[in-house]
Design a protein around this ligand. Structure first.
Ligand SMILES: C[S@@+](CC[C@H](N)C(=O)[O-])C[C@H]1O[C@@H](n2cnc3c(N)ncnc32)[C@H](O)[C@@H]1O
Length: 191
């Protein structure tokens, strides 16, 4: 088992990423710049332990297939809704301002990504935000971090764009980001 699947190590790792690279704060600002606020209704797929849910006080549904993270999140964030699969929650009854895929797409094969898109296509979701590292890393440390990442499907920007296009989604914005030594992108998508 990967060390980051143990919640305490995961939590410490994310604490360091926030402290030194401001990963959550910067994403929050970027979401704000793109029309998302604390009162927005959010579907957070691959939410981990739902640390990011702390920014929201509207409807927040977090899904992650690693049950120990979801168990922790359910105990900590009592007003939020959690599940380990998309099918485990009746999502049709909500209207979401956005679907968040924060550092998740590189954990998914093309087929898994398509399966998720198929399942959310009929839902009421205004925008999709993808934040992901990309293959084009400018430095050795960035390349090393990508190599060590648990997600084994880090794509080039061209591959990410193609994946999105193949699933009949429309890209409305792409922003290149640097989180310390790691080159990433934010892609805003519409169904
Ligand atoms: C790098 S973590 C990001 C967690 C969170 N979004 C954050 O930024 O703190 C990626 C997460 O995606 C989850 N994940 C991977 N494949 C998934 C799938 N098919 N369905 C749901 N969650 C998945 C993993 O369990 C992990 O918690």
């Amino acid at each position: 088992m990967h060390i980051l699947n143990v919640h305490i190590f995961w939590k410490f790792f994310r604490y360091l990423l926030e402290k030194f690279l401001k990963i959550y704060t910067r994403r929050w600002t970027l979401l704000n710049d793109n029309g998302i606020s604390a009162t927005s209704n959010v579907l957070d797929l691959g939410c981990g332990d739902a640390r990011f849910s702390e920014y929201f006080n509207g409807v927040y549904v977090g899904i992650d297939n690693h049950k120990p993270y979801i168990d922790k999140a359910s105990r900590k964030y009592l007003s939020k809704i959690f599940g380990t699969t998309i099918d485990s929650i009746d999502l049709k009854k909500y209207s979401f301002d956005c679907l968040l895929l924060l550092d998740v797409v590189h954990h998914l094969t093309d087929a898994e990504f398509s399966d998720i898109i198929l399942k959310i296509k009929h839902l009421n979701i205004k925008k999709i935000f993808i934040f992901d590292p990309i293959k084009e890393q400018r430095g050795v440390i960035g390349r090393l971090l990508c190599f060590l990442d648990r997600g084994k499907f880090i794509r080039s920007l061209t591959e990410l764009k193609q994946l999105i296009k193949n699933n009949d989604l429309l890209i409305t914005k792409i922003e290149n980001l640097k989180f310390g030594p790691t080159d990433c992108v934010m892609i805003v998508v519409k169904k």
